[in-house]
Design a protein around this ligand. Structure first.
Ligand code: 0L1
Ligand code: MG
Length: 260
């Protein structure tokens, strides 16, 4: 019988984040941690952040591309929360001294114009609710050693979220073919990886529909003004001091981050 509880898992994960330390998988000690309970941990962790003054600004999808799923050995996408404390303004270096082992991944980002509530949301209805489309970077920083976790672990850990950058320039969704939107990922000026929007569930709007429908099962809607990170297009790359990582999109512009 495990003596882990939702509250203890939240305290452990927030403690690791605050102290900048990673640790073992919760499921090693709490094998009974199933997916619904892991989402309860994630929601309770969000509540602690809200209680300490953070505001919810959106949601993220994780593990939406095959590249990321294969890398992490998990074949199911997931959702997690974004708060205002995670916003990294464009041009501001990734604060290595606040993080454990940050990695960044390029993402297609939506800002919502209308409320979206599952079930029954399709990619078409999802895209119709989007106000603007942006280039983005997510900085992920797992609270588990070597980014090694099971699906319930990473769900509980708010999908490794730590910071995100959203480009200040944007395009309306109409007229963009986001499945074909290309992204070249560069490290210090050398192309390291590439993908198109189709890497994310076939189309980033499919990922948005997936988020709306999954959140709908928990009675949660995606609200107007929320930011939605649709998932890493490529595998994530480690941030290092002075290392510049760029994402050059076909139409959404070029975004750069550098490790402080
Ligand atoms: O945004 C993501 O795809 C991250 C999900 C968690 C997996 C990871 O830490 O890479
Ligand atoms: Mg991501």
């Amino acid at each position: 019988m495990s003596d882990w509880t939702i509250d203890r898992a939240v305290t452990e994960l927030l403690g690791r984040e605050a102290d900048r330390r990673d640790g073992g998988r919760i499921t090693d000690e709490w094998p009974g941690l199933d997916l619904p309970t892991a989402y309860q941990v994630q929601d309770a962790l969000l509540q602690r952040k809200v209680d300490s003054g953070e505001k919810v600004v959106g949601v993220k999808l994780g593990l939406t591309s095959r590249a990321k799923q294969q890398r992490m050995g998990i074949d199911s996408p997931l959702t997690a929360w974004l708060t205002d404390a995670m916003v990294l303004p464009e041009g501001v270096p990734v604060p290595m001294d606040e993080l454990i082992h940050p990695r960044v991944e390029p993402e297609i980002v939506f800002v919502m114009g209308e409320r979206l509530a599952g079930p029954g949301v399709t990619a078409a209805t999802a895209l119709a609710a989007v106000r603007s489309v942006h280039a983005g970077f997510e900085v992920i920083d797992s609270r588990f050693t070597d980014f090694k976790f099971t699906l319930p672990d990473v769900v509980a850990d708010n999908a490794s979220s730590s910071r995100f950058v959203v480009s200040g320039t944007s395009l309306p969704p109409e007229g963009l073919d986001l499945a074909l939107e290309g992204c070249l990922l560069g490290i210090n000026g050398e192309i390291n990886d590439s993908a198109t929007g189709a890497a994310v569930q076939g189309h980033p709007a499919e990922a948005l529909a997936l988020a709306a429908n999954s959140l709908g099962e928990r009675g949660i809607a995606i609200e107007p003004g929320w930011i939605v990170l649709t998932g890493g297009l490529t595998d994530a790359v480690f941030v290092e001091p002075g290392r510049e990582i760029s994402a050059e999109f076909t139409h959404l512009g070029t975004l750069r981050v550098v490790g402080a």
